[in-house]
Design a protein around this ligand. Structure first.
Ligand SMILES: [Zn+2]
Ligand SMILES: [Zn+2]
Ligand SMILES: [Zn+2]
Ligand SMILES: [Zn+2]
Length: 134
């Protein structure tokens, strides 16, 4: 039991590195820079950037990706981090599809391809933009 917890804590730390803001490491990455599509930071940390620090592209617009709600135990946190990072359908590819107009970020591009309606909010999907989460 103790070692399962330790493994989960280690795994969670690794997942957090991918999912949490590259600056504050506390909030989740939820600001998508337009037009480069990099997903690097939380709203507060991204506010002072005019240029994407990853690719030096001018930030013309920001889209807030809608993430699933926060949960606390290490088990549910593990599931939550995985669902944030990996496609909620195939669970294999990383999440990289942002739906318009609802801005849900839940699936990979290949699973999103065949969808007409958002799986979270049932809004009709007008377009899908590929995001980049380094
Ligand atoms: Zn931040
Ligand atoms: Zn960029
Ligand atoms: Zn998928
Ligand atoms: Zn939606």
């Amino acid at each position: 039991m103790g070692s399962i917890n330790r493994d989960l804590i280690t795994e969670n730390a690794r997942l957090k590195d991918c999912v949490c803001c590259s600056r504050c490491r506390v909030s989740y990455k939820n600001v998508l820079f337009v037009p480069c599509c990099h997903l690097l930071m939380c709203m507060r940390c991204s506010a002072r950037f005019r240029v994407c620090p990853e690719c030096n592209t001018n930030i013309e617009d920001r889209i807030i990706a809608i993430l699933t709600p926060l949960i606390e135990t290490i088990y549910s946190e593990n599931a939550r981090l995985k669902s944030e990072l990996y496609c909620n359908q195939c669970k294999v590819q990383k999440t990289d599809a942002l739906f318009f107009p609802c801005h849900h970020h839940l699936l990979c591009m290949s699973c999103a391809k065949n969808l007409n309606i958002c799986i979270a909010c049932k809004t009709k999907i007008d377009s899908v933009k590929q995001t980049i989460m380094p």
